[in-house]
Design a protein around this ligand. Sequence first.
Ligand code: C2O
Length: 524
Amino acid sequence: TITRYYNLELKVVKLSPDGYERPVWTANGQFPAPLIQANKGDRLVINVTNNFGEGTAIHWHGIFQRESNWYDGVPGQTQCPIPDGVSFIYNYALDQSGTYWYHSHFMTQYVDGFVGPLIILDPDDPYKNSYQEDYVVLISDWYHSLSSLLLAQRLAPHYLGFSPYPDSVLISGLGQYNCSSPAAGENCNPNVPLPAYNVQKGKKYRFRIINTSALALSTFSIDNHPLSVIEVDGIPVKRAKAVNILQIHVAQRYSVILTANQPVANYYIRASIIDTCLLPRTTETINYNSSINYNATGILHYYGAESNKPTSTPYPVTMQSCGDLDPSVIRPYNNCPAPTNVTNEFVFNITFDRSENDIGILGINFSTYIPTFDNPTNQRIIGKENYKDFEKDQNAFGYDIPYGCVQITVLNNLIVNHPFHLHGHTFWLVASGPGPFLSNITTYNLENPVIRDTTNILPGSHIVIRYLADNPGVWAFHCHIEWHVSSGLVAQLIERPSEFSNQTLPEDVRALCSRYKKQKRLAT
Ligand code: C2O
């Protein structure tokens, strides 16, 4: 196996991604954070130096972390935060391939910019010879205020509970805010370049699209170029009819093939937030104002074209719903039926409630997750014979899930979307639909269901997922809307703790906790 080394120095830098200048949480001064790339079977050794001025922890979204649960990067569940001024090494093997990303899992830090792409190539990729070049595109909603300030407003007493609205949308870290609008202030740069991707007429290209947003479903399209989906959250899929507009929920990834078969010219690449998918909003909605710009553009440049602006026109928006992409275009490439023999079953109701001081909180079956940063759940299991004290934890589900098939039904009775992500696994999406799950009328698709790691649950709807408990550890299962995470919409799935307790925690992971506690003591 090949070991690949990366260094990430984390620091806050003033940048103007969409023209508007603000402090951005960067790695090596870059936003988005640098591309991490490896081959299937490699090992990644990533040395992180935290100079953010606060704690951090990095989650490698979609990576299984087999026998390395402590590198999953969830403070309070799998590690203590990396204190400010401290270096820490993440070290894990890759037994999967595809399009992934990494982001802070500490507070709402990723909303302030700490997100980056993680690509794992596979010499046996069925589509390896179907394209000339491989481009990575990050789409993100973007906020001009610090996430901590927006969060404080959201968690104020009496507030109705809706998420803050973004100010704009970015393509690979670049957007176009209207600098002459009243909200732009003085330090606004109206000349942010458009991100450009070069193609040669007659060739084919793979675009890997990652939605790193905090809140918003985004659309992605390239004028005059339909996109044929070949990968969903790391899983190769059968080629079906190409789509004009890709809709991609928070934390999801798609690879598409673009055929450069149009006249040599420049064409707009577009990413948009669909305002109606963010509804409802009220006059109280945090950050909503008339200057928001929910469209970002980039350029698809054919070699040989003049360097003028495109004149192409967008595809008409024909979205059926604010949910995931039509399942018929994302069937797995390899037939992989869902397990039929369910050994553990959970029903999770997404609930909204008010705390004693009238703060809006979310939960699962009215249990709201509050992390204990300095006492991660997995450290209460590893190396202990009597590991049961995690049962006192809020939202700790699934004790002693044996090897077998877990089924989770999630009911969303609320009026907003909830894109749910499962750590450490992919799942089969065996059912979804409006209303509550009713076993007498809902039909399962066990034959060829969609397989992925993040799926949206529409308002007033349900999903049913199945996954194999083949990875002992503590795994988060949560809505990926970062504002909802901060309101407690998180579960911990404790998988086979009796086997997990035998694994050995690396000394430097344990040492993080004493260092974090010490820094906290000094700070108070
Ligand atoms: Cu990308 Cu727990 O998340």
